[in-house]
Design a protein around this ligand. Structure first.
Ligand SMILES: [Zn+2]
Length: 319
């Protein structure tokens, strides 16, 4: 399971690669120009030397000398630009290259995180979600109600109408998403679209810049059981993210250790008021209690809006 700390460090790596690539590009440009116009290389050295003297003059508070040096520098720079243009290069051909001029590819400007780094973090989070979720590209638009029977059963339930309501609920949930949103419990047998709708909500939230973590119950508990993963780090990310999705509860092999982790997740996020989306194929309170116990189930039902998915297995119908 990828962690959130990892997405931030991946984003920083991307900026570092950008800086490296721009430096390399500038070096190539210098070589190209210097081969043709060696005097420009000398001008470059001269400008650098003047720059050093300028800094020293400023430090010595010799403003007159500093002003003089500055003037010399800019005159020389003008000369260099003119020479470049004369020889068919762009005037700024040897200027430092920045992908983001605002922060000069540092990721921070005026002590604040720059929008380019923010964008990169969102992109990394999308990648993270993509690598974890079984249905990363699913959207609300792709959710087709035609697979649900438009007939009313003996209990007065019309699957298509009910699923229409659930779809509307989920769209609104994603639209108005915030860290203080209520949690959702999706109940229903396999193949009724629970994963599809939770991933569609996740996709919308990620687009808005929220940190979303997705885990299928089976793989999450397997990872917690194995020693290969750092339990506390993963748990911290799960507890701290904006939206946590735990898919397919009930399919995992549950141990006492697993139960205590599940309780910790539900309880901590409930106390913090941060939302989760749980989905399960255990469709009755009795079945849920038999697997997870009273304490977990009462918290689950108490903190979630419950959505009952109905119909026939749509994966079978689509085939
Ligand atoms: Zn920037």
């Amino acid at each position: 399971m990828a962690t959130n700390t990892q997405t931030v460090s991946n984003a920083n790596d991307t900026l570092a690669r950008r800086r490296q690539a721009n430096t390399t590009l500038l070096m190539h440009r210098q070589q190209e120009v210097y081969a043709k116009l060696p005097q420009i290389e000398d001008m470059g050295y001269e400008i650098t030397a003047l720059g050093a003297d300028f800094t020293l003059a400023r430090l010595a508070k010799n403003e007159e000398r500093a002003a003089q040096l500055k003037q010399q520098m800019s005159a020389l720079e003008q000369q260099r630009k003119a020479l470049l243009v004369e020889n068919g290069f762009a005037a700024d051909y040897l200027d430092p290259i920045y992908t983001c001029p605002v922060c000069r590819d540092k990721g921070f400007a005026d002590g604040k995180i720059c929008s380019c780094l923010k964008q990169e973090i969102v992109k990394q989070r999308q990648n993270m979600l993509t690598s974890l979720s079984p249905a990363p590209q699913t959207t609300f638009e792709q959710f087709s109600l035609e697979y649900y029977p438009d007939t009313t059963d003996e209990h007065g339930i019309n699957p298509r109408r009910q699923m229409q309501q659930i779809l509307t609920y989920c769209k609104k949930y994603a639209e108005g998403f915030s860290r203080s949103r209520r949690s959702i419990l999706m109940l229903g047998t396999s193949g009724l679209g629970k994963t599809h709708l939770s991933c569609a909500i996740a996709g919308e939230c990620v687009k808005k810049g929220f940190v979303v973590m997705y885990a299928s119950s089976q793989s999450m508990f397997e990872q917690f059981e194995s020693n290969r993963y750092d339990t506390q780090n993963i748990l911290n990310d799960i507890l701290g993210c904006d939206l946590f999705i735990l898919d397919d509860l009930g399919t995992e092999y549950m141990t006492a250790h697993g139960l205590s982790i599940l309780y910790n997740i539900i309880n901590t996020r409930m106390l913090n008021g941060t939302p989760c989306i749980f989905s399960t194929n255990l469709t009755s309170q009795k079945a849920l209690t038999a697997k997870y116990g009273e304490k977990i189930v009462s918290r689950l039902l108490g903190s979630c809006d419950t959505l009952y998915f109905v119909g026939e297995d749509i994966r079978f119908k689509k085939r």
